[in-house]
Design a protein around this ligand. Sequence first.
Ligand SMILES: Nc1ncnc2c1ncn2[C@@H]1O[C@H](COP(=O)(O)OP(=O)(O)O)[C@@H](O)[C@H]1O
Ligand SMILES: [Mg+2]
Length: 426
Amino acid sequence: MPQEERRGFHPEGEGVRLRTLLPLFEVSQALMSEVKLDRLFGLIVNVVQQETKADRVSLMLLDGLSQQLSIEAAVGLPPEVAATARATVGQGIAGSVAQTGQALVLNGILQHEWEQEGQAITSAICVPLKVKGSVIGVLNSSNVTREGNFGEGDLDMMFVLAGQAAIAIENARLFEELRAKQADLEQLLAELLKAQEEERQRISTEIHDSVAQLMVSASYHTQSSSALLSQSKFERARDEAEQATRIIGRCVKELRGIVTELYPPALSELGLLGALQENVEYFRRETGTSCRILNTDLPPQLSPVQDMVIYRVVQEALNNVRKHAQATDTEISLDCDEGRLVIEIWDNGRGFDAPAAGGSRPASGGVGLLTMRSRAQMLGGDLRVESRPEGGTRVVLTIPRSSPDNLSRDRKESREDPSSVGGGSP
Ligand SMILES: Nc1ncnc2c1ncn2[C@@H]1O[C@H](COP(=O)(O)OP(=O)(O)O)[C@@H](O)[C@H]1O
Ligand SMILES: [Mg+2]
């Protein structure tokens, strides 16, 4: 059907509509492409001022905690007023719009508390900025010098602009949040790489100081033994050989310690629970602190990476109890709840100021908490440390039951399973 014959199509009317919509479309495009919040606030008030020709425009945002509105950007307002003006939800014009979520059009002399004599507002429109039904702020337009009152057209225009502005603000906020998270991750990664480098250095020093030294010493003794043998000094040659054997024995022990630290054999031999129980047993014997595993509600088949992360976090948490807590009681609980694995390690020791050390690397130079946290994040989970001086410590590790490596394994398995959709050969 030709376009002109469509019902209700009036070429002239459509032209007018298009002419009104086009500037709005451009405004909308401009707002949506600004992701820097402060620049976006400025853009919003300028656009509203252009479209409503108001003497003053201000954009106020709501702080959910204090229930106060403050001005983020304004045109036509003295800067000192814009910087300090506040409105409480429920009070004044902006406050009641924020409370009810309903726009207000006011015509007639209005006096605001911050106005000076002779600067009365003659008319005002105040519309709420809403995101998913909740008010996040208000947009004010007011006249002080013009006689003209605001009409329905201005209110409609403000509604449209407020709708666009609210979405643009929400977008920009999400974008900034994402950028902050990204920066956080980058910092975490840098700290992790540094920690990893330090860990390598520590292991290298440990090998150098123990195993390497012992091997050098053992080698001297075997050389000396063979020299003594060639001189037929059998007694002394045997002493030297025995000395070398003793040193090699110590060396093997040291190596076992280092290897266990790198990858605990208990994990593959006894499974996660067995390995944890062995650790707890060792902790109890070494510290004399009471320690038990409470509930063991973990699903049977965790991925090797999940096993390793849980094992390492519990190990480091117990190390911290041993090193710092002076506790008399420690509990570990392993839980599975709504698709998440929740592992808690609690002690009744001296505690510490957790927020100061919980985030990034603490001033004390420790990397334990940091490494625990990055291990949790590696699996899409998180690590919380609840502690205060003299109040004990609770470390809570939460990881999704289906970790990324689980998912890829599941996917692989389902590809290999001929009964799964598309898995069989044709
Ligand atoms: N269970 C705990 N009880 C008391 N203090 C703790 C505990 N766990 C951690 N801390 C405090 O947090 C700091 C950082 O811990 P961590 O990052 O593991 O580093 P490190 O153990 O090498 O000092 C410790 O130095 C200690 O002051
Ligand atoms: Mg530590």
